[in-house]
Design a protein around this ligand. Structure first.
Ligand SMILES: *Cc1c(COP(=O)(O)O)cnc(C)c1O
Length: 381
């Protein structure tokens, strides 16, 4: 019997080793990991450069608390905000980053109302769960935080009718990840940004899954040419070490002074050593261009062999719409040595490491085509 709370339905596979895209289970079976541990190991498993930096930091000092100066925190913040006047708050997870963003928005605007969107996902703490626009995630938790409104995603008119001077923030994902890999339209993102400016509400973009190169840009909002007031990062930032960040425009700093918010572990030196190297690699223009190119290549491979397939996403973040249960396809792919995810009941989610090779993309495309055809998974046309 397990002594763990059964909060996750687990597959009966234990992964014990990994290098790049390839992982090995306890029985020695190899898989191509097209989950990256849910968009976390963006530079592949046990990335050498990250390993070297973390190993070095482990020999220096691990933790000092945020009551002392940290030049590595300053350095990582400097790299994350390159080219813009912004400030960074470091924490340990996506939920914590969004929690910080919501607190900052309330504190800075003096308002309580927060607008989020249906099918969104923002985390599991009380505030971020409340922000999540999915009834099944709210179920059984009694009274949630007041002030939240859930609008249909990509519906600018609904936003225009709801936003007001009482709105503290509009919180959204550029591509809804857990909700089904659903991209926002450029028009919606630009419209939301303009409406926030008009009413003095803060635009918060949750880049926890889409950030750190996943879509072929540093941050997915860059595709739309907008400048959110706040954005949040976590998953891919430490390549597997727990680290999150809330990044806001510099003028918001006055609302987050000493004693207003904090985290014991946030920005600890081990996590920072990892993030420092991750940023150096991912923010290279040539690297980002390759992510975009490999993503287009994989999409084209699938579209060619599965005519009519509905495949959404950008860069190396894909959702394939199925007419049957996505978890069944995930299990069939596991049998042939490929790890994938679901996003809702009928969407197969694919998040390979950004370092994936073309040969690996070809192998997985081939296996995916066989599995989908063999199971006669009718594609939505
Ligand atoms: C995973 C995720 C979160 C929550 O991150 P945790 O690190 O699990 O707290 C929040 N927002 C989005 C978009 C995510 O994908």
């Amino acid at each position: 019997m397990s002594n763990l709370f059964p909060t996750y339905a687990k597959f009966p596979i234990e992964i014990v080793e990994g290098k790049g895209t390839v992982v090995k289970d306890a029985n020695g079976k190899e898989y191509l990991d097209f989950t990256s541990g849910i968009a976390v190991c963006n530079l592949g498993h046990c990335n050498e450069a990250v390993l070297t930096a973390v190993q070095h930091q482990l020999t220096q000092i691990w933790h000092t608390s945020n009551l002392f100066e940290s030049s590595i925190q300053e350095q990582v913040a400097d790299k994350l905000t390159a080219g813009s006047k912004r400030a960074v708050f470091f924490c340990n997870s996506g939920a914590e980053a969004n929690e910080a963003a919501l607190k900052l928005a309330k504190k800075h605007t003096g308002c309580d109302e927060i607008i989020t969107f249906q099918q969104s996902f923002h985390g599991r703490t009380i505030a971020t769960m409340t922000a999540t626009g999915q009834g099944k995630i709210h179920e059984g938790f009694g009274t949630l935080l007041p002030g939240f409104t859930y609008l249909p995603y990509n519906d600018l008119e609904a936003l225009e009718q709801t936003i007001s001077e009482q709105t503290a923030a509009v919180l959204l994902e550029v591509i809804q990840g857990e909700g089904g890999v659903i991209p926002a339209t450029t028009e919606f993102l630009q419209g939301a940004s303009a409406l926030c400016a008009k009413y003095g509400a803060l635009l918060i973009i949750d880049e926890v899954q889409t950030g750190m190169g996943r879509t072929g840009k540093r941050f997915a909002f860059e595709h739309a040419g907008i400048e959110p007031d706040i954005f949040t990062l976590a998953k891919g930032l430490g390549n597997g070490l727990p680290v999150g960040a809330m990044i806001g425009k510099a003028e918001l700093a006055e609302s987050f002074g000493p004693g207003v918010h904090g985290s014991t572990f946030g920005g600890n030196k081990i996590a920072m050593a990892a993030a420092d190297v991750v940023i150096d690699h991912i923010f290279e223009e040539a690297f980002l261009a390759e992510v975009a190119e490999k993503g287009a290549y994989f999409q084209a491979l699938l579209a060619e062999q599965l005519p009519g397939v509905v495949i959404r996403g950008k860069g190396l973040m894909f959702g394939i719409e199925l007419e049957t249960e996505a978890v069944e396809v995930v299990k069939s792919l596991q049998e042939v040595g490929v790890l994938t995810l679901t996003a809702g009941p009928n969407v197969l989610r694919i998040l390979p490491p950004l370092t994936v090779t073309k040969a690996e993309l070809e192998q997985v495309a081939e296996k995916l085509v066989v599995v989908l055809k063999k199971q006669e998974m009718g594609m939505k046309i």
